[in-house]
Design a protein around this ligand. Sequence first.
Ligand SMILES: *[C@@H]1O[C@H](CO)[C@@H](O)[C@H](O)[C@H]1NC(C)=O
Ligand SMILES: *[C@@H]1O[C@H](CO)[C@@H](O)[C@H](O)[C@H]1NC(C)=O
Length: 312
Amino acid sequence: MKTFIVASLLCCIVVIQAQSQDCKCYSHYDGKCNSGGGVGQPCQCTLQIGPDTRPADCEKLIPKCLLMKKESLGTKAGRRVRPAGALIDNDGLYNPDCEDNGSFKARQCNGTEMCWCVNSAGVRRTEKADKASKTCPELVRTFWVIVQMKRNNTDAVSIQDLETAIRKVITERYRLPAKYIKKVEFEENLIYVDLMQNSTEKVPGEVDIADVGYYMEKDIKGDSIIASTSPFTIPVNGKNFLVQEPLIMYIDEKPHELSMKRLTAGVIAVIVVVVVAIVAGIIVLVLTRRKRGKYEKAEMKEMNEVQKELNS
Ligand SMILES: *[C@@H]1O[C@H](CO)[C@@H](O)[C@H](O)[C@H]1NC(C)=O
Ligand SMILES: *[C@@H]1O[C@H](CO)[C@@H](O)[C@H](O)[C@H]1NC(C)=O
């Protein structure tokens, strides 16, 4: 009898320990999880966003809108409230309005009287206008995210191994289904990853390519959002392949409404292309050029041409 009680106690302790080990927030370093202490209880997690504690799915990437909100409302650790008027040197960061499911509201005002429309990646796609006059009838989907990065690794590695490693990071670390990684491309010291997921393909609840882009950007900058127990590495031949200087580009399903002249390089690290028909043309061009092994920054060139056309 005694042995039985001891054994069952031990068993319970082991189960509880195993659970509390599993019940951790993977997708945010600041997420808090709790299994309620009970055996068989689900692991429930929350994330502090400014003054609010929100329920969070810690097995899936946290939507970019919530991350930006958290970032704009607090310091990295999220404990201290930023003093009024304090600026941070991070182009494109504002305090967004999010839907309950974590997606961006189509119209954003950043708490001011000037508003603008954003795409599903939260990037501004119209001019700013008076709050009263600015309406945004729908949230336009960003169906193509290009992640550009520089290799800071002079080791000779096989392109095949590197591509496999990068695809593995995206499917395992960010949990994006492999079918959305359309292409991984190498050009001198630059690496391009094309993520494509249109509105007909996207299943509700599935991780969004815009969220993957945001997590990748932070990871490459060494400012990871994922818990520190899972550091960002691209293992190739048993060594961590180092990358730096991420640049994320967003292409929407509908043409944006920005005046191209104001899209000055360096200020806006974001390019939203103009006409869906032209986009289709670009894809064909890029793909055929890439097939011929002559990639030569085709996108950027094409986008410049598009800009010229618009300006003329
Ligand atoms: C590349 O990485 C090394 C560390 O491994 C760092 O010292 C160096 O500054 C990096 N190069 C550039 C251009 O940032
Ligand atoms: C979405 O992508 C799928 C697969 O690439 C394609 O068959 C479909 O036509 C696309 N839908 C739209 C609306 O572009």
